[in-house]
Structures are given as C-alpha cells and as structure tokens.
Design a protein around this ligand. Structure first.
Ligand code: NDP
Length: 491
C-alpha cells in the first residue's frame, strides 16, 4: 500500500486533517494507494508557495528563453519516466498502457506539448499600436496571470493535465493542481519525477481531495488569478459560478454528446472502424466520444450490422494484458452510473443491439461495447453524456434535418462526418455547432491544434497559440515621447 502526501514548495506534506482516502485499482477493485484529503489550510499553503515563487522567487523574473530551456527539460524527464508514469496511471484508472505510455515518449504529443510550448516561451511578441494620439508610444505586452489553478478530471489524468500545464508554465505562471479524487496518483508521481527537472520551489504544487473541500477553496482563493477546469458540465457550472463571484477568468473544458453523421455514400468500412475507434478503446470515457450515431436510412441496417460484428470481437479485460483492447471503467461510482444508464435506457424501451453487460465480472469494473438502435434524439440516452462504452443510433433521410438533429444538444464539443463527397462534408462541417469536426476520421488531436467546446461544452481553448493565450493577459502601456504640461480642465 502506497501512502502519498501532497506537494507544495518542492516538498511533500501530510494533510492538515491527517486523513487520507483510498485509491482503488479498477481492474480488480483492490485498494492500492492512500491519498491525502486536503482542506482549505493545505490549499492556502500550496497557493502561498506558488505566490512566493511567482512574485519573489526566480520564476517570476526568469527570462522567457531560460524558461523555455526548463520546459524542454520537463519534457525530457517525462519521457525518461514514461513507462513508470503510464504504469501508475493504468493502476489508478484502468487506462490501457498503449493509450498512455507512447504519448509520454519523445516526439509523442504529450511530451511534445512541453517541447512545443518551450519554443513558444520567447515568441509571444508584443506590438506597437498605431494610435491617433500624437507623441505617444502605445505598446502591448503579454503577461502571465500569476498563480493559476488547474482542476482536472479522472478519465485521462496525465493527458488533461499536460494540455494545461505546459502552456500555463510557458506563459510564466506558477501552478496549483487539483486532480480528481479518483485519479490523483499519476499527478503526484509526476511531481516526484519532476524534482529531477530542478524547478524552483513553488512553481508546481498539487493538492488532492474532493471537489467541494479542496477544489472550491482553490477556485475561491483571492491569490489564484486564473483557473482552467476540465470536467463535467454539472461540476463546471458550479466552478464557473464560484469564479464569477470573484470575477476570475476560467477556461472550461466540459462534456459532450458528440454526433457522428454517416452519409449514404460513406465508405462503410472506414466509418465503422473509425466510429468504433472513436469511442470504445477508452471504454467511452473520453470527452469527445462520438456516441450519437446519425446514419442515413439507406445504409443504417448494413452499418449497424457491421458495427456490431466489429466491436463484439473486441477483448474486454485486464488493462495490463497486452491483448486487451478495452479496459475497465475507471472507478466504482462511475461503473454503477453507466450500468444504471443502460438499465434506464432499456426501461425506456430503447432497443439494445449489443449488451456490454455480458463483460461484467465479480472483480473489477468491466462493461463491453453497448449499442442501442432507433434512439430518438430527444430521449435522455441521446441527450445526456454516458461517458461509457454506450452508443445510440438513429436514422435520417434529409440533410437539413440531420444537421438540426446533430446540433440539437446542449453540447458542442466534437462531431464526425463520414462521406466520399468531401465538398458536401465540408459544407456540412460549416453548419455543425462544435469546436472540432472530423471528416472521414475521428479522435485525432495534436499539440499544435486548438481544442475546446461550443455551447455548454465550454469556452477557451487548449493546445496551439490559443492554448497559450488563455494563460496570458495583455497589458497596454502608454509612453509619452514628448511629455507636456496639460490643463486638467480645458475650456
Ligand atoms: P467532474 O466535473 O465531476 O470533476 C472534475 C474536477 O472538478 C474534479 O477534480 C472534481 O473533484 C472537481 N470538482 C467538482 N466539483 C467541484 C467544485 N464545486 N469546485 C471545484 N472543483 C470541483 O468531472 P469528472 O472528473 O467526472 O470527469 C468527467 C467529465 O470530464 C466528463 O463530463 C468529460 O466529458 C469531461 N472531460 C472533458 C474534457 C474536455 O477537454 N472537454 C476532457 C476530459 C474530460 P472530485 O471529482 O475529486 O470531487
């Protein structure tokens, strides 16, 4: 049994409350680690360390190019410990190592985030504004916020963390992170290995605990000047209201119910494989899972038959078994939640074509691919995020109607379009209300390309230039080139 402490000022601390909670391995339900239950006192300590590091320590005064060199070192250290970090994350939340470790190796996108943003540290140039005021230089510069809070979900702990952490540090901020209570271990292990990168104390800090008792004091803290939140729309609403009370900028990466539109001329093999890959390998626990399938009526029978054939062969099992293709649900409360959602959908009369409950076992939280057919778009199953290996299908006849259906959701995170007519697919993409639209592919992401939501899937962006801008604010400086006495009250 591993007992973790929380991390502030480059040191480990026992929680003020003296209490810890259990972390379970979802592959077998066994408790394998104990996590500190941090309260407001612990949050205050972490924020104070981050504040000192920003205002008084070397980080705040560091030249951007030097910060870039440190960022590069962070990327290198992460690569060095990729296998170790991947193994911890698998034990903590059941994600398959092949979906974690390669992304931590050199040139892979997670590590690339640090290398990419390392290069950006000294490239955010200011500008001179051609104003209409004579004898003035008005220049604009980019500045960090100071201490930033990063609040994280359980589904992809390192992935969602790195997408925020790299641009946040590159912008010159210091950080207090709050991972999900269900998946704190890989974030704490990351701090352990990053001691090797030799960052000044207080730049990186992690408090662990629950949304209300740890997340809220972090959001509410007056010295935390900006927050980036990834999580569900319900939690996001509470977080946004706390930030609003303090007029605090917040980036929101929230849930989705992403549609995938299959046109009558789609390459069905490509669509079936792409759609299956767009949801099931992560056991459906991905914000952009394309779980609402809208298939043209002329091909829906063949499409669903092929989809069932492909996914029913997928091997659901122990994440550390290299032959496993679909791992467990990440934690017990969510496992119960997904089972309830399937049972409710059945009770509501939706037709179940493939029932993933056959994969359930005595130990561990396994559910296989589950497919419902003829699910009207206004039903709960089609409207609410399941965040599990569950898809619904519905047929359509008319293009205008399917665009309306695709957009008829509170969410707008991602969408897929499958067609051989690329021009038509591009026209449809223009009409889809989503932050990311995939045409004849799904699930791609890259450090260089911003991601984020429309509507209640959030605001702000991660990755690319936009990802960095979210962690910076502009300052306008007016400099008189010919100072003159002025009459304060001209006639
Ligand atoms: P939650 O919203 O439940 O939690 C997210 C984080 O916020 C957790 O650390 C949680 O703490 C914390 N939290 C919850 N309530 C508060 C509060 N009142 N104040 C401060 N912090 C709070 O999301 P999940 O962890 O269940 O993650 C799954 C969700 O994340 C899905 O909806 C998924 O779509 C979304 N997601 C979105 C992504 C995107 O990029 N758009 C990417 C990945 C996931 P704790 O849980 O410990 O109590």
């Amino acid at each position: 049994m591993k007992e973790y402490q929380y991390f502030a000022d480059n040191r480990w601390h026992t929680p003020n409350s003296g209490t810890y909670f259990d972390s379970e391995n979802p592959a077998n339900g066994e408790v394998w680690a104990r996590i500190p239950d941090c309260d407001t006192e612990d949050v205050n300590r972490a924020v104070a360390a981050a504040k000192v590091a920003f205002y008084d320590g070397p980080w705040g005064k560091m030249m951007p190019a030097e910060r870039g060199r440190l960022m590069r070192r962070i990327g290198d250290v992460i690569s060095k410990y990729a296998d170790h970090l991947g193994e911890i994350e698998t034990r903590d939340n059941g994600k398959l190592p092949k979906n974690i470790t390669p992304s931590l190796k050199p040139e892979a996108w997670q590590v690339d985030s640090f290398h990419y943003y390392a290069g950006m540290c000294d490239k955010f140039e200011g500008s001179l504004i051609p104003t209409e005021v004579p004898d003035m230089h008005n220049y604009l510069k980019w500045e960090p916020f100071g201490v930033c809070g990063l609040i994280l979900p359980w589904n992809s702990p390192l992935g969602t963390l790195i997408w925020k952490l790299a641009p946040c540090l590159a912008a010159g901020n210091t950080v207090v992170m709050k991972p999900s209570e269900h998946s704190s271990c890989s974030t704490l292990e990351l701090m352990n290995v990053l001691l090797e990168a030799d960052l000044p104390p207080g730049v990186l800090n992690v408090v662990t605990g629950f949304g209300q008792s740890t997340g809220e004091p972090l959001l509410d803290h007056p010295d935390v000047r900006m927050v980036s939140f990834t999580g569900g729309t319900t939690g996001g609403r509470v977080a946004a209201s706390i930030a609003a009370r303090k007029i605090k900028p917040i980036v929101m990466e929230l849930g989705g119910k992403s549609p995938q539109i299959v046109l009558q001329d789609a390459d069905l093999e490509l669509a079936v494989n792409g759609i299956a890959a767009g949801i099931f390998p992560a056991t459906g626990q991905s914000c952009i899972s394309g779980s609402r399938l809208l298939v043209h009526e002329s091909v829906i029978a063949e499409f669903t038959e092929r989809l069932v054939e492909v996914v029913k062969k997928a091997k659901v099992g122990e994440p550390l078994d290299p032959s496993t293709q679909i791992g467990p649900i990440a934690n017990q409360p969510h496992y119960e939640n997904v089972l309830n959602r399937i049972a409710t959908a059945e009770e509501e009369g939706h037709n179940i074509l493939l029932d993933g409950r056959s994969a359930c076992r005595d130990k561990g939280y396994y559910i296989g691919p589950t497919i419902f057919s003829n699910v009207p778009n206004d039903s709960v199953l089609a409207q609410e995020e399941v965040f599990g290996p569950v898809v619904s299908t519905e047929n359509w006849e008319d293009e205008k109607e399917v665009i309306r259906t695709a957009n008829n959701t509170i969410y707008g995170l991602a969408a897929g379009i499958w067609s051989r007519d690329v021009g038509r697919a591009m026209r449809m993409a223009d009409q889809i209300e989503a932050g990311t639209v995939y045409i004849n592919n799904y699930f791609n992401a890259s450090t260089q390309s911003p991601v984020g939501g429309f509507k209640q899937s959030g605001y702000g962006r991660e990755n690319g230039f936009e990802g960095m801008r979210c962690f910076m604010q502009t300052k306008s400086v007016w400099l008189s080139t010919d100072p003159k006495q002025t009459d304060p009250f001209p006639a």
